[in-house]
Ligand binder design. Sequence first.
Ligand code: NAP
Length: 523
Amino acid sequence: MTELRSYLGGDWRPGVGDEIALVNPSHAGRIGHVRRAQGLALAVAHARDTGGPALRALTFAQRGRLLERMAAVIHAERDALLDLAGRSGGNTRGDAKFDVDGATAVLSVYAELAKGLGDRSHLIEDDAQPLYHGSKLRAQHVRLPRHGVAVHINAFNFPAWGMIGKAAVALLAGMPVVSKPATSTSALAHRIAELVLADGMLPRGAFSLLMGPAGDLLDHLEPQDVVAFTGSADTGRLIRSHARVLATGARINVEADSLNAAIIGPDVARGTELFDALVRDCTVEMTQKAGQKCTATRRMLVPSALMDDLQEVLVERLDELAARVGDPADRDHRMGPLASAAQLRDVRAGIQRLCECATIVRGDPQRRSFGGEGTEAGFFIEPVLLATTPQVALDATAPVHRTEVFGPVATLLPYDGLAATAGRVVGAGEGSLVSTVYSDDRAFVREVLHQAGPHLGRLVVVQEKTARASLPPGGVFAVANHGGPGRAGGGEEMGGLHGLELYTQRLAVQTGASQLARLLASD
Ligand code: NAP
């Protein structure tokens, strides 16, 4: 079987030691393997010393053209990549598009933003300000690319979007990238890296790929480096407290767990478009990518009077979907397996934990029979919906506010329909990436914005008039902030030009007004 090699120090290099098998999660058949990489100190130095200067010699407009080319190269292989996402990650075709097209979309958005930044290699943040009233001296803030390497450590659920989304922003900012995909689904990231590197559009050292475990990668950090991590809160804590991270002050961005909520207003009733949008969104969020999305809705806050109606309709929809869970190689299957045996084990354990405070109202976590050949050896689970009580909804110590079950699992939490209560329940999750409010009651929505907003990185508002055209909240668009406080890691990614902040250093330049203007004019 093929070894998927790392691309380090400007070459494809085999690893050493035991083979780590990569399998098709639909039936556990082997598709390749990786091994532990060596020579990470040299690889990181090569990126920093060769890729960094080469990228910084380009203007934003020139770097933007690199992104445009990357998007074109990936898009040209779209069909093959979608197939590979199915084989290596258990993605249905829709799931795979979400990941692969998401990657090209981020590249295109940042390529477009680069045009606006033009022929300069620093960002001007604000107007020059007099140092004090009447002073001829001025201070002005600029941002410059950091002279280090951007180390990207990604989660298993979006091997394409995760890797390319982070790389697009770092490369545009002018930083070289060392990208480490999560091992279980890394075949897709590997193929995309092969395509991009074979095209030769990137300067030498601008992009490296580390396959397999991270090893001693973080031991080689320097103060100008940036680590952008996406994964579990536990690994995030390890990285944040890594001795070299603490010693160097390298910049860290963590995107971790999240207990996203749907907040249903007291005015929502069955038979409205708002209700239909809510059912559509909750079903999509539970089942797209088999619920393995950091932005998936985990907690549904339902006014007590609407509980029976919503539960009945959701159960009906989920029953239909559950009948079509199976190997995504068959396009009739609407939901594929989880990505790995470990994922399946974790999800079953997580459901058990939720059952300490909630009751399963649909789904059998132990179901073994799914569509497709050999799937009894695969990592499938059907959608599981739970429900709890208003008392548990308000109990910040309950597992439903503590446990992120990273699969097709969500819990209905009845509440009194007051915005203040909704804010409290959202806040009990200790920081989330996104929540959605469904309501036409402006006062309710405004209050939710203020009560729940500080616990979130993004708030989606859906109203009756535009319900049909609204999009499920799990979709992350490059123009909007991605990240959240607290449990979600405290990170911030993308958000259009805000995304460049992670990879650039703010500098206040202080001098006379005309000198400032000369210094900061276009390069
Ligand atoms: P994970 O087990 O924490 O792994 C994440 C990444 O960290 C993988 O590349 C992993 O490599 C690597 N890693 C593990 N131990 C490490 C260490 N000691 N030093 C350096 N790197 C290390 O998470 P996962 O299972 O892949 O992803 C699921 C989690 O990610 C969920 O909790 C989900 O909420 C979260 N997530 C968050 C976001 C977000 O944007 N907030 C997005 C997606 C997923 P190996 O695979 O080689 O072990």
